[in-house]
Design a protein around this ligand. Sequence first.
Ligand code: FES
Length: 63
Amino acid sequence: MYVCLCKGITDSQLREAIANGGSEFKRLKQELAVGTQCGKCVPVAMAILAEETAKTALYYEVA
Ligand code: FES
């Protein structure tokens, strides 16, 4: 699904960028330009970032 309509960024693109080391919103913003126009996508992008970060945290707890 599209997260950022202004820049045409999907949740898959965001998740991939996060998996490749984009654990800070600032970095995602620089890499994908998410949230750099109207900013309406920022809450959803932040939620995806939190969700993906939590998955990584669980992975480390189990491993
Ligand atoms: S929807 Fe992402 S900057 Fe406008």
